[in-house]
Design a protein around this ligand. Structure first.
Ligand code: SF4
Ligand code: SF4
Length: 414
């Protein structure tokens, strides 16, 4: 597509990046078929191609309105369109740039601003979030059903093995995961310990930056990235083999540190190193699959039927497909079919809180798809999806949902 970017943006790094992305789009419309919001709303402006047009007009100097903001807000950033696009349009990067510009030009209403600033304050701070979650659990019976369903049951963390191996890896603790799913990283530590790797946490690392990024605050996102790099650097210099991330949503962010900080003189090289060391937990376990198979061969038992929800961040963001499914099959689970597995569950970072209606429609479709094969359990790879799907599971069906690494841990403990 031909572009003529406006003076305010054309000579900036953002403008040049956006221009290169826009020029790749050939308007073919293949991406429409796999866009969840276009599927639900049937409006071209709620499709990737329509949003690309809106962003092009904006970057070419057309007035930016609340309508532009609305259609960009409705995008889940699921990046399903990127997987489908035959021309390699990096829609996710473009929409980040587009949203930052809209945010600077269109004032949001007071309630929306308050909601977003609360989310930005509470979610990235584990202590504050844990406090809120605890209060929510205490008063759950008094809360409206829609809100009460969003509060997950308390889970025990289990034990973290003492460091005893020469092989060491860092793990991102994250922000909401330690409060909502404390067993996920301890299960990871136990599985890796069994495979001869000690897992370490850098205490001063925290939110990966995805939450402020979702809320169109790239400056706070950058501050979080730098803080994490500083926190991890001593262990990296001491020889940590990898930076493991167990929430695929956070993984897509850490994988981008090198790109996001490429123009920062002080951090560019360190950020590139962090990106090179980043591994989704599925990549680490797949690399150790022979050792894992040896460990699991000592265990046996009846096959359990399992539905796996592959988060958009795993399949579209990180382009990791089929890896977790293979590991789960190798561990003795029978995977049930999940129709429309490429479609988002509606969690999408803070989307479920900011676009509740669309999010609930996607959730209801996803739960039906996951339960269609009558699984005994559901597994996923991202804490946001896990909590969101759990809130939509029919209480009477009582199908438990876990992070897949917890299921591998359970097999090793059998
Ligand atoms: S990121 Fe997802 S919701 Fe947004 S345009 Fe692409 S496919 Fe549609
Ligand atoms: S599939 Fe790619 S090239 Fe075709 S309209 Fe969508 S973004 Fe543009």
């Amino acid at each position: 597509m031909q572009t003529h970017l406006a003076d305010f943006i054309k000579d900036t790094p953002q403008g040049q990046e956006a221009d290169a992305i826009l020029r790749k789009c050939v308007h073919c419309g293949f991406c429409l078929a796999t866009c969840p919001t276009y599927n639900l709303l049937g409006d071209e402006l709620d499709s990737p191609r329509g949003r690309i047009y809106l962003m092009k007009q904006m970057l070419e100097g057309a007035p930016v309105t609340a309508k532009t903001q609305l259609h960009l807000d409705r995008c889940l950033t699921c990046r399903s369109c990127e997987t489908t696009c035959p021309s390699g349009v990096q829609y996710g990067r473009l929409v980040d740039i587009g949203r930052e510009i809209v945010e600077s030009k269109v004032q949001r209403g007071a309630i929306d601003r308050l909601k977003r600033s609360l989310l930005k304050k509470v979610l990235p701070q584990t202590g504050l979030f844990r406090l809120g979650l605890g209060a929510g659990r205490t008063f759950k019976p008094l809360l409206p059903t829609a809100l009460a369903k969003k509060i997950p049951a308390k889970r025990d963390a289990g034990a973290w093995p003492a460091p005893r191996h020469a092989r060491k890896m860092l793990v991102l603790a994250g922000c909401v995961q330690p409060a909502m799913g404390p067993n996920i990283n301890t299960a990871t530590a136990r599985v890796l310990d069994a495979l001869g790797i000690s897992l370490m946490v850098a205490p001063s690392a925290g939110c990966c930056g995805a939450i402020p990024q979702h809320l169109n605050d790239p400056h706070q996102a950058e501050a979080f990235m730098k803080r994490n790099i500083d926190a991890w650097w001593p262990a990296i210099e001491a020889g940590a083999e990898a930076i493991v991330v167990t929430a695929s949503g956070c993984g897509t962010m850490v994988a981008e540190y090198g790109h996001a900080l490429r123009n920062n003189v002080a951090y560019a090289a360190k950020a590139a190193r962090v990106t090179a060391l980043f591994r989704d937990i599925s990549q680490v376990i797949a690399h150790e699959k022979i050792a894992l198979a040896n460990k699991l061969s000592e265990r046996s038992g009846p096959k359990q039927k399992l539905a796996f929800h592959s988060p958009c961040s795993l399949q579209h963001g990180l382009r990791i497909k089929g890896v977790v499914e293979d590991l789960l099959r190798a561990a003795g689970y029978e995977l049930t079919p999940v129709p429309d597995g490429h479609l988002c569950c509606g969690s999408a970072g803070t989307y479920s809180l900011l676009q509740a209606e669309l999010s609930q429609q996607l959730l209801s479709n996803k739960v039906k798809a996951l339960e269609s094969g009558a699984p005994q359990m559901i597994a996923t790879a991202n804490i946001g999806c896990l909590a969101h799907i759990e809130s939509g599971l029919n209480a009477s069906s009582q199908t438990p949902i876990r992070h897949w690494i917890e299921l591998i841990d359970m097999k090793l403990l059998q």
